[in-house]
Design a protein around this ligand. Structure first.
Ligand SMILES: Cc1ncc(COP(=O)(O)O)c(C=O)c1O
Length: 395
C-alpha cells in the first residue's frame, strides 16, 4: 500500500518475511494429512510436534501439559470455558468486565445453559481497570464460605486491548494464593501481552502459575485464523469440537501452526530490542499528545502496554468512528477501541466499566504500534490528527 501508515497492531500485526517463507515452504512441500500414517503424513505430523515443543518451551509449559492449536484466541477462549464447565460438576467463574467479548459471551452461555455453573464479575478500579484487590478478596471469601465444594475458574486477562492495562500483578496473585487449594484454576487471555513481553505460565519469582492460557497468532506476526490454548496437566478440558484429535477435533492447520512457530522464534530473537523501540515511541507519542489542547489519555498513563495509547480530545465533538474514517481518508489506520468492537455502535463495555460516560466512551480512539512502526509514522498520524482537531474542535 502506497503512503499508508499502519497504527492498528492491536487488531492485527504485519507478517514478517521469515513467517512468509515458512508458509510457502510448508504449503509447497508438506501437504500430507498429519493423521495419515505414510511418510507425507508423518512429516506433516512432525511439523506440528516441533511447533508444539517450541511454543511450550517459550511459554514455560511442561511435557505433560496440553497445547491445543486453534483458529485463534476466540476459539481458545470458547473451548477453554465451555470445556472446563463440562469437565467439572460445580463451577463458579470469576471474570473481569474488561475481558474480550468472546469470554463474556462464553461465560454468559455457560451460566445460562449449563447446570452447576454460576458466575460473578470481578470489580475493577475506575479510570485504570485494575482489579479492585479488596473487592476481589471479598468476592472470593464469600464464595468460598457460601459455596464450598465449587471449583473456581478465575479469568483475568493479562493485558487489555483497548486501554492497555496489565493485570495479574504479584499483589493480585497473593490474594488468590490465600485461598489456594486444588480447586482454583487461573485462566488468562494473553493475546495482547504476548507480542510485547516475555511470558511464562509458571513465574517462579512471583510463584505464579497460570493454568489456562489463550493467544492469537495474528497479533504476534503469525497468520489470522491460528492460535493456541495451553492447559496445565492438573486440569481437564472436555472436548467441544469432537473428533480424533482430542479436545479439538479436525485436521490441524499445518501451515498456520508452522507459521506460528516461526513467529514465536522471531519474538524470542527480537523481544528486547523491540521493547526498547516501542517504549521510545510510547514516550514520544505521549509527550506530543500532552501538548494538544483537550487531549486526555484513557487508562493508566504510566504503566500499560508499551504499544498502546487510547485517548479522547475533550474539545472535539467527533465520534471515534468519524475520526477513524477521517484518518483513513488520509492514509492512516487507527481504531476506535478494539477492532472487534468496530462492528458495534454500542459504547465499549471496557470503557464503561472504568467509569467513562457512554458519550465519552464513543469518542475514544486507540493507536497501537509494533515492530515495523517508525517515528515518521507517528508524526504522520499526529499531523493528520491535529488537522482534524483544528477543523472540528470547539473554539
Ligand atoms: C484480548 C483478546 N482476546 C481475544 C481476541 C480474539 O482474537 P481472534 O479474533 O484472533 O480470535 C482478541 C482480538 O483482538 C483480543 O484482543
Amino acid at each position: 500500500m502506497v503512503n499508508h501508515t499502519y497504527l492498528d497492531y492491536g487488531a492485527s500485526s504485519p507478517i514478517g518475511e521469515d513467517v512468509i517463507n515458512t508458509m510457502v515452504d510448508v504449503a509447497k512441500n508438506y501437504y500430507g494429512n498429519p493423521s495419515s500414517k505414510h511418510n507425507d503424513g508423518v512429516e506433516a505430523h512432525d511439523i506440528i510436534a516441533h511447533a508444539r515443543k517450541t511454543i511450550m518451551d517459550y511459554i514455560g509449559g511442561n511435557e505433560d501439559d496440553n497445547l491445543i492449536f486453534t483458529s485463534g484466541a476466540t476459539e481458545s477462549n470458547s473451548i477453554a470455558i465451555q470445556g472446563f464447565c463440562r469437565a467439572y460438576n460445580k463451577v463458579r467463574i470469576f471474570y473481569t468486565p474488561l475481558e474480550h467479548e468472546d469470554i463474556i459471551q462464553a461465560v454468559k452461555y455457560c451460566t445460562d445453559h449449563m447446570s452447576g455453573v454460576s458466575s460473578c464479575e470481578i470489580p475493577v478500579d475506575e479510570g485504570t481497570g485494575y482489579v479492585d484487590i479488596d473487592g476481589f478478596d471479598n468476592l472470593l471469601f464469600n464464595a468460598r464460605l457460601k459455596h464450598p465444594g465449587e471449583v473456581f475458574l478465575i479469568i483475568i486477562q493479562l493485558a487489555n486491548s483497548e486501554i492497555g492495562t496489565i493485570q495479574l500483578s504479584e499483589i493480585l496473585y497473593d490474594v488468590i494464593r490465600e485461598y489456594d487449594d486444588d480447586d482454583i484454576c487461573i485462566m488468562s487471555d494473553i493475546t495482547q501481552y504476548l507480542p510485547y513481553y516475555r511470558f511464562k505460565a509458571f513465574n517462579p519469582d512471583m510463584r505464579m502459575c497460570i493454568d489456562i492460557v489463550t493467544a492469537s497468532a495474528q497479533k504476534f506476526g503469525g497468520l489470522k485464523g491460528t492460535g493456541f490454548l495451553y492447559v496445565n496437566s492438573g486440569w481437564d478440558i472436555d472436548p467441544v469440537i469432537f473428533g480424533e484429535q482430542g479436545v479439538r477435533g479436525g485436521t490441524e492447520n499445518v501451515i498456520g501452526i508452522a507459521a506460528m512457530e516461526t513467529a514465536i522464534k522471531h519474538l524470542d530473537k527480537t523481544m528486547e530490542v523491540k521493547q526498547k523501540k516501542l517504549l521510545f515511541i510510547y514516550n514520544y507519542l505521549k509527550k506530543k499528545l500532552s501538548k494538544i489542547e483537550g487531549v486526555e489519555i484513557i487508562g493508566d498513563p504510566f504503566d500499560r502496554l508499551i504499544n498502546n495509547l487510547s485517548f479522547v480530545c475533550n474539545t472535539c465533538d467527533l465520534s471515534a468512528q468519524q475520526i477513524v474514517e477521517l484518518c483513513n481518508e488520509s492514509g492512516v489506520s487507527i481504531s476506535a477501541g478494539s477492532a472487534c468492537h468496530n462492528y458495534s455502535s454500542e459504547p465499549s463495555r471496557t470503557l464503561l466499566a472504568i467509569g467513562l460516560s457512554p458519550e465519552k466512551a464513543n469518542k475514544v480512539i486507540r493507536v497501537t504500534w509494533g515492530e515495523y512502526t517508525t517515528i515518521d509514522d507517528i508524526c504522520t498520524f499526529l499531523d493528520v490528527y491535529k488537522e482534524i482537531l483544528a477543523i472540528h474542535s470547539k473554539k
